[in-house]
Design a protein around this ligand. Structure first.
Ligand SMILES: [Zn+2]
Length: 467
């Protein structure tokens, strides 16, 4: 078996095969937040999904370069900057910091690179110049620059790769200036928006006059700068499929003439209490709202990870209470294993790891993955209750859980549990002592201490304890 994922581009389940030139290295781009407010739980579904994809790829032995942009100039941002009479950076900086704090609360691994749109204006301008030179973009009467869908299609390129579009209603040259627009609006979209009074102090010089970039071009410019003209994996919420991602493909392929992205993955919508989330219905939650109501980041993460990414997910408060109970079961089981294992290093128990892996291989079948975890909890609890488990077996089960949790990221004790590397050092010290190599044994003790761990004697042998 190999990892299979549903590729929106081919509308089929495909074996995930990184491009040959990159061997085992994977470029992964996920559209990041537009920092005009606190991210809501629907946004978090996408980011937790991206974290699951990254951790899964790493579990399968790939090296991932994870890039997530920060959209810090856009229609909604400018509107609020004007309303609140603050500088662009002051406004976006606040929500950007909140976003990264929330990302940490949800135990999402930080992306390797988080480029800001406002720091890539030269790259954006260069990309627009390329599109103009290739004849697929034009400057309009108001000095804004638009992407020409008719010209792009005229070159034999396909607009509508991620979603089938109705071109009968397309009138040549019809334009849309807004960053977000309707599914039906197959129209030329803005790459560069000429400065208008409502923009206030938010503008940059360009060959076409003062203005600012459109939202879609930001992602083409930053993803290609970070990952090259062609890369493996692009993720986002399904609401971004059109126009945002379709426009990213058109801009990138229109400029380079090369295929932009090999695999596109989209996470489905999230409902809250069975309805579309809205402030007027009272079912609109940011992560902070949920924390204020006594829930934890790991409970929210657990719940977001219970549904398959391509299924619409109904997020409920009852579900969060269920997450609390489920995590308590895991915590109790892992806690007992840890006690019995007593810091012994071991090879992970194969059964759990293999079943979990097989579930992920099947388009990230998270329900099957959790089923394997809870079946394992049941078996381990039974063996513990019967006192039929040895220290070595406990250590092996614990190592299996750690491997599985490297993907799930829901362990409570992640910070108090020594890594496999540290446990290996402890074992090396034990053998050094047995062979009376006290110099080496002391050196390892000092190394462990420098890393924040002390060696503790317990009835079951030596173990590591966080200082
Ligand atoms: Zn994007």
């Amino acid at each position: 078996m190999a990892l299979k994922l549903f590729n929106t581009l081919t509308r089929s389940l495909q074996e995930f095969a990184p491009s040959a030139a990159d061997a085992n290295k994977i470029g992964m781009y996920c559209c990041g937040p537009t920092v005009y407010d606190y991210a809501h739980i629907g946004n978090w579904r996408t980011f937790v999904f991206a974290d699951l994809v990254r951790r899964t790829l790493e579990f399968f032995g790939h090296e991932v370069r994870h890039v997530m942009n920060i959209t810090d100039v856009e229609d909604k941002i400018i509107k609020r900057v004007q309303e609140q009479k603050v500088s662009l950076r002051e406004f976006t900086g606040r929500f950007e910091a909140a976003f990264f704090a929330d990302l940490k609360t949800l135990n999402c691994l930080p992306p390797h690179l988080t480029p800001r749109a406002t720091e890539h204006i030269p790259e954006i301008i260069a990309l627009i110049e390329k599109l103009i030179a290739r004849g697929v973009a034009y400057r309009a009467g108001d000095s804004s620059v638009y992407f020409s869908i008719a010209k792009y299609r005229g070159c034999g390129c396909t607009y509508g790769q991620l979603q089938k579009l109705n071109f009968d209603e397309l009138r040549v040259g019809e334009r849309v200036a807004a960053d977000e627009y309707d599914k039906e609006a197959v129209a030329d979209f803005a790459l560069w928006k000429a400065r208008v009074p409502a923009d206030g102090a938010v503008f940059w010089p360009s060959p076409w006059g003062e203005g600012r970039p459109g939202w879609h071009i930001e992602c083409s410019a930053m993803s290609m700068k970070a990952l090259g003209e062609s890369f493996d994996l692009h993720l986002g919420g399904e609401d971004l499929k059109f126009p945002h991602h379709e426009d990213e493909i058109a801009q990138s392929e229109g400029a380079t003439g090369k295929p932009f992205v090999k695999h596109w993955l989209h996470a489905a919508h999230l409902l809250v209490e069975g309805k579309k989330m809205s402030k007027s219905l009272g079912n609109y939650f940011t992560l902070r709202d949920l924390l204020a109501n006594g829930f934890t980041g790991r409970e929210v993460r657990f719940l977001l990870l219970t549904a398959h990414y391509r299924e619409t997910f109904n997020f409920t408060i009852e579900g969060l209470h269920g997450a609390k109970t489920a995590l308590a079961r895991i915590d109790e089981c892992v806690g007992k294993l840890r006690e019995l294992a007593g810091g012994t290093a071991a090879v992970p128990n194969r059964e759990l790891v293999e079943q979990f892996k097989a579930a992920l291989e099947d388009d990230l079948n998270i329900s099957a993955a959790w089923a394997s975890v809870f079946e394992w909890v049941r078996k381990v609890n039974r063996a513990l209750a019967e006192n039929s488990m040895t220290h070595a077996e406990a250590a092996s089960h614990l190592a299996a859980w750690e491997k599985v949790d490297s993907v799930l990221g829901v362990s409570a004790a992640a910070e108090t549990e020594a890594s496999a590397e540290l446990k290996a050092l402890l074992m090396e010290r034990q053998s050094a002592r047995q062979s009376k190599d006290f110099k080496r044994s002391d050196a390892i003790r000092d190394e462990l201490k420098a890393k924040g761990w002390i060696i503790e004697d317990s009835p079951k042998g030596q173990r590591l304890k966080k200082i």
